[in-house]
Design a protein around this ligand. Structure first.
Ligand SMILES: [Zn+2]
Length: 280
């Protein structure tokens, strides 16, 4: 994009180019109408239709409240009626969530006949989450349909907090292995399995429990040990590190607001990653 001309003549050329594109419309510079299509930020596949404005807090700049019409820094800015602000990058997208039914095939490994809820009672939530890379991402959480709206409420808050989540994939991606999902630091909910160290169903088997950042928030046995070597640095609490959940913090309060309890509050073994509708 560098020109050999002097800055002044280059500016004139740019201005002329901007003027001529309005006439011929075929120039290489993006036309103003094409700009919004190219605008969206990092996260692929956020569904604008379902986006619920959650106040893109620190999106920087006093631009449009919606943030969607930021056609910044284009060379044609000189002919644009809106005075171009300084070339700040577009802020993170607003939180969005889409709730859909789950097919049998999508829970091939994590559901089987005899599970306490039928597949028809499960929902997948495709929603925005904030990553450890300080960018917005889209993940999928499978939950009981009775909990879907509450989960959207909570995860919208977490996104607003910029609470980082490493990844968010259905446990079926790990062939239903809770162990592998934990090792991948995956945030997940539904999994038709027994509770750890028990023969009765886990709340995960009902889609009424969620595990958040299991590496940063390990299951710690009463003797202080944990089963995942990648989590050793996260056993002691309180701990001020990204993705770590501490007693009484805003993550715990966000779940408390929908009536869900935290495994970090248990006596004996503590499950810092775990939130559930009945507190178990
Ligand atoms: Zn759990």
């Amino acid at each position: 994009m560098t020109s050999l001309r002097s800055p002044r003549s280059a500016a004139i050329v740019l201005l002329l180019a901007g003027l001529t594109t309005t006439a011929c419309g075929g120039g290489e510079a993006p036309s103003p109408t094409a700009a919004p299509a190219a605008a969206p930020v990092e996260s692929p596949g956020t569904t604008a239709a379902a986006s619920t404005g959650s106040g893109g807090a620190g999106s920087g700049g006093a631009a449009s409240p919606d943030g969607s019409s930021t056609s910044v820094g284009s060379p044609t800015a000189t002919v644009s009626p809106t005075p171009s602000v300084s070339p700040t990058p577009a802020g993170p997208p607003p939180f969005s969530a889409v709730v859909e039914k789950v097919s049998r095939d999508e829970v091939r490994h994590s559901w089987h006949p005899g599970c306490p809820v039928p597949v028809s009672d499960l929902r997948k939530i495709r929603m925005t989450y904030w990553g450890f890379d300080d960018k917005a991402h889209t993940g999928v959480l499978v939950v009981n349909r009775s909990a879907a709206q509450d989960m959207v409420t909570v995860f919208r808050k977490l996104y607003g907090f910029r609470f980082p989540i490493h990844r968010m994939e259905p446990v079926d991606v790990y062939k239903g292995s809770d162990n592998d999902s934990i090792d991948a630091d995956n945030t997940s909910a539904f999994n038709c399995r027994s509770a750890t160290g028990s023969s009765s169903w886990s709340q995960h088997a009902y889609g009424l429990a969620v595990d958040i950042d299991p590496r940063e928030n390990p299951y710690v046995y009463a003797d202080g040990s944990n089963a995942h070597r990648n989590a050793d640095a996260f056993v002691d609490r309180p701990l001020r590190k990204p993705g770590v959940i501490n007693a009484g913090d805003r993550v715990v309060r966000a779940f408390a607001a929908i009536g869900w309890g935290w495994g970090g509050a248990w006596s004996g073994a503590k499950d810092y990653q775990h939130f559930s509708s009945n507190g178990r």
